[in-house]
Design a protein around this ligand. Structure first.
Ligand SMILES: NC(=O)c1ccc[n+]([C@@H]2O[C@H](COP(=O)([O-])OP(=O)(O)OC[C@H]3O[C@@H](n4cnc5c(N)ncnc54)[C@H](OP(=O)(O)O)[C@@H]3O)[C@@H](O)[C@H]2O)c1
Length: 249
């Protein structure tokens, strides 16, 4: 599943054309932000993925309710990541389920570009991701009759290889990415070895059944399972951040 070309170019790939107008203060942030702040300063590519999880590893109830597994501290953390990246990427399933805004509202900072992977064109023009708020808007595939401000990246129906998504975005100057979900999209990026950092945000709730956040090909033996370096951070309200570093292996 690993894409060697992407792997080789990742760590030192120079980023050209990144926006520099980030206005989010970065003092006093948890250690987990260090790589993102460095990527911004060094203009290097960086892919961060996030999941808000219950203590038993669910990202939504069986009926699809995912609001809000985490408390306000983790929510602010998520918004800070958004403020530091060029683009937030979500799958069509998340837009269908949650109609998210994907903007920066819980901290200072500018809205990143919003990217939806929708090869079957299921997300209509009224989705809140397409709100005209100055953010760049992109769709892989996309429904007919989207607003003209939505930049369309044509793809055939079916699976889009992750390296193709990354290179299409990089070509458009979007190299610091937040893969915000859902499970299917995030798992595809992980399986392709395209995630540098994974932020697991554990809320203080046990859902018991429902959607799990990560689905990867069977590892077989435990020895074959990834064991990323991790750092933990406990937010004042008790939610827990486990930051996994996939670069350092
Ligand atoms: N707790 C959290 O942090 C969090 C974050 C985000 C979402 N969620 C929850 O997660 C659930 C949605 O997750 P999900 O796994 O069902 O959906 P998803 O990952 O948001 O979207 C998956 C869909 O996106 C399209 N897609 C994504 N990558 C693709 C690729 N490389 N090639 C082709 N198509 C691609 C496909 O669209 P088609 O289906 O049209 O083929 C695919 O089925 C919701 O319940 C939402 O509330 C939770």
């Amino acid at each position: 599943m690993q894409d060697e070309a992407w792997r080789k170019r990742r760590p030192s790939d120079a980023c050209i054309g990144l926006a520099e107008a980030d206005d989010m203060p970065t003092d006093g942030l948890p250690d987990a932000f260090a790589p993102l702040i460095e990527a911004r300063a060094q203009r290097t590519a960086c892919v961060v993925a996030q999941l808000g999880l219950s203590l038993d590893g669910r990202i939504a109830t069986e009926t699809g309710d995912a609001k809000y597994i985490n408390g306000t501290d983790a929510l602010a953390h998520l918004h800070r990541i958004r403020a530091l990246v060029d683009a937030v990427v979500v799958g069509a399933g998340t837009v269908r389920a949650d109609d998210p805004q994907l903007t920066v509202r819980h901290c200072p900072g500018r809205h990143p570009a919003r990217v939806v992977i929708d090869p079957n064109g299921t997300i209509g023009a009224r989705a809140r991701v397409w709100t005209d708020d100055g953010a760049r808007l992109l769709v892989f595939g996309g429904a007919p009759h989207l607003p003209a401000r939505v930049e369309r990246i044509p793809v055939p129906r079916g699976d889009i290889p992750t390296p193709q998504i990354l290179s299409q975005l990089a070509r458009r100057g979007l190299r610091r990415l937040l893969i915000e979900g859902g499970a299917d999209t995030l798992s595809r990026f992980l399986a392709a070895d395209a995630v540098d950092y994974l932020h697991l945000l554990y809320g203080r709730v046990i859902i018991g059944s429902g959607k799990v956040g990560i689905n990867l090909p069977a590892a077989g033996a435990l020895a074959n399972a990834p064991r990323p370096a991790t750092r933990t951070h406990i937010f004042p309200d008790g939610d827990l951040l486990v930051s996994c570093d996939f670069r350092d292996r």
